[in-house]
Design a protein around this ligand. Structure first.
Ligand code: HEC
Ligand code: HEC
Length: 185
């Protein structure tokens, strides 16, 4: 299975054949993300631990084998992100959060868990670099609002709850500009 989908709409209709996703539509980039992370998210959608009205129906009919196959396929893709330009002051604020955190508000640097350049660490800590800013914002807001709850030990809930709306904008803008791990998770 190479992203052609099963039952629901084909994956490529939203995520693209190469997994590039779409910023305007809020479809995440899947290319180059760790296969174990992608598979875990698909099982979570299928079993209702991660809820989203657009994505959940597409995972509902996937078998374990199809999940492994499609995750391996997108993990191997390498799209060169062409991020939209972002204001310099926002980027500077975002860079600080990613590398240094915000200790006054007990926010640990994102790189502590997501690795140098936020390129991801294994199946647990997904790469954030080169991800679409609209999707990054959606996820941080989802944790803040309590609509994404599938993170291990509520590690992300604890972070997102402390981020201001401005910090969410800034960190999403900055992360979107960073180079991805290039399909070698
Ligand atoms: C109709 C559009 C659409 C289709 C078709 C679709 N997706 Fe998605 N997908 C989304 C959206 C929107 C999200 C973000 C949902 C959220 O906020 O949880 C998403 C999220 C995901 C994620 C989570 C990414 C991450 O970084 O956590 C994975 C993995 C995924 N999709 C894989 C697939 C696969 C595999 C298929 C085909 C079987 C597929 N999608 C089909 C729209 C779609
Ligand atoms: C204590 C460890 C930890 C720290 C620090 C951390 N994260 Fe995370 N993050 C995680 C884990 C674990 C996940 C995967 C959650 C899951 O499996 O659903 C994650 C997932 C995410 C996702 C979802 C990615 C996707 O593809 O859906 C975003 C966005 C995110 N983190 C942003 C951030 C930002 C921004 C920071 C810094 C302000 C940060 N994280 C700091 C542990 C951490």
């Amino acid at each position: 299975m190479q992203g052609e989908g099963q039952g629901g709409a084909p994956c490529l209709a939203c995520h693209g054949n190469d997994g590039a996703g779409n910023d305007g539509a809020g479809f995440p980039r899947l290319a180059g993300l760790n296969a174990g992370y992608l598979a875990a998210q698909l099982r979570d959608y299928r079993e209702g631990r991660r809820t989203n009205v657009i994505m959940a129906p597409n995972a509902a009919h996937l078998s374990d084998q199809q999940i492994e196959d499609v995750a391996a396929y997108y993990a191997m893709q390498n799209v060169v992100a062409k991020p939209a330009e972002q204001p310099a002051d926002l980027l500077a604020q975002g860079e600080k959060l990613v590398k240094q955190g915000d200790w006054d508000n007990y926010i640990v640097p994102c790189e502590t868990c997501h690795g140098p350049g936020a390129q991801g660490v294994g199946a647990t800590f997904p790469g954030l670099s080169g991800q679409h800013p609209s999707y990054l914002r959606q996820q941080l807001e989802a944790w803040k609002n309590g609509t994404r709850t599938n993170d291990p030990n509520q590690l992300m809930l604890a972070i997102a709850a402390r981020l201001s709306d401005e910090q969410i904008q800034a960190v999403s803008a900055y992360l979107s500009q960073l180079p991805t791990s290039g399909g070698k998770p």
